[in-house]
Design a protein around this ligand. Structure first.
Ligand code: V1S
Ligand code: CA
Ligand code: ZN
Length: 366
């Protein structure tokens, strides 16, 4: 069925590694990787896997991380386990210099660190980076129009430093992969936080335009992304920032999103687009204060898909996990052009008890 203004169906591929359900940032930590397994459970229960090619699960190699990260940092990630962190003082100091800290506070066991030393850390990094690389390669190959990795989107990681729950920057790696085939890449970031790691990586490039919409106020993480921050040197005016006040709703958001993204598409004429779909911009998020509905969030996907450029969809933040999974499932439906066909009533599946507070409804139509 025609599902786009140009009447063409999109060929969609999708990455999911079930290993994500075992990744645990620690007790009380806001980042819950199980939300990606919940998303996959919903996607499967709605039958959407039949409308996409499932990419083979292939973790990145440590060498592939070196396309952005430095050798010392990659070596550290490879050696860092909770046991080694406790027994090896040198390793502990090195980890802390690179932004990675203890998983537990010794009094009540609750996690207090943004980037804890978690079990299976390197495997987790290689898995989500491998997913974004596989998705980027699928777009380079030309057999797919949209590629999805909901476990990716870790926009804060730096070259040699973990930051804001992100250890490796799969987005930078994926964009570098896309640049092997495409001349210009537009990066759009609808996570409630500023996409600082991606912006910084390409700040002096005119081949990559970065555009972040984010909550911006005193004490809101990471504190960067003012409207005056526009890129450096050859990349000047190729970094765009749209700082928002808390409470911004669908209508206010799209009064900015559509004209700004539309203008960026028109002026920059990208050959590929990467959309970081952080779902902490949804209303009711545990960390952020923007007030998008699932329909309003997904409208960003629908709008960008309509330009018919190769499109990479990634995850990101999102801390009220039933909302996150509902949103990314609905956006998967948008990608395959079935948003009008999926029922509001959530089908029975192994994770359905998580959706009790929303009446077992996807709540995607506004
Ligand atoms: N806001 C916020 C927030 N909450 C936490 C946190 C909460 C519980 C824990 F167990 C551990 C950490 N950290 C933060 C922020 C980082 C937000 C990262 C957003 C990531 C993303 O959605 O954009 C993409 C995945 N960190 C801070 O505010 C820094 C601190 C300044 C305060 C919190 N403490 C724990 C560290 C230092
Ligand atoms: Ca953002
Ligand atoms: Zn965020």
């Amino acid at each position: 069925s025609p599902s786009c203004p140009d009447g063409r169906k999109r060929r969609v591929c999708y990455y999911y590694d079930p290993g994500i359900s075992n990744v645990d940032y620690g007790k009380g930590h806001s980042m819950v990787p199980r939300r990606v397994a919940m998303t996959h459970g919903l996607v499967a229960s709605y039958g959407l896997l039949n409308d996409m090619t499932r990419l083979r699960t292939r973790p990145a190699s440590p060498e592939e991380l070196l396309a952005f990260h430095d050798q010392k940092y990659v070596d550290l990630l490879g050696r860092l386990t909770p046991a080694a962190y406790i027994s090896d003082g040198d390793l502990r100091r090195t980890a802390e210099e690179h932004g990675i800290g203890p998983v537990r506070r010794w009094d009540d066991g609750a996690c207090t660190n943004d980037n804890p030393v978690i079990d299976g850390l390197m495997g987790y990094c290689l898995s989500y980076a491998g997913g974004s690389l596989a998705a980027a390669r699928a777009l380079c190959g030309g057999d797919h129009d949209v590629a999805i990795n909901w476990s990716g989107g870790m926009h804060h990681a730096c070259r040699g430093h973990a930051n804001g729950f992100c250890y490796v920057n799969d987005i930078v790696l994926a964009i570098k992969q896309l640049l092997g085939r495409f001349r210009r890449v537009l990066y759009v970031d609808i996570d409630a936080h500023h996409g600082d790691g991606v912006e910084k990586a390409f700040a002096d490039s005119n081949q990559v335009m970065t555009l972040s919409f984010h909550q911006y106020q005193t004490d809101f993480f990471p504190g960067t992304g003012s409207i005056d921050d526009v890129g450096d040197g050859a990349g000047r005016y190729h970094a765009l920032n749209v700082p928002l006040k808390k409470g911004m709703d669908d209508q206010g958001y799209h009064e900015l999103f559509k004209p700004i993204v539309g203008k960026a598409m028109q002026v920059f004429q990208p050959d590929a687009v990467v959309l970081q779909c952080g779902a902490d911009s949804l209303s009711g998020d545990r960390l952020a204060g923007l007030e998008l509905s699932v329909g309003g969030h997904a409208e960003c996907v629908r709008y960008l898909r309509g330009f018919n450029a190769p499109l990479l969809l990634l995850g990101g933040g999102g801390y009220t996990i039933n909302h996150v999974a509902s949103c990314w499932c609905y956006e998967t439906a948008v990608a395959v052009g079935k948003e009008d066909e999926i029922a509001d009533e959530i089908p029975h599946h192994p994770y359905d008890h998580y959706y009790r507070s929303q009446g077992y409804k996807l709540q995607c139509r506004t």
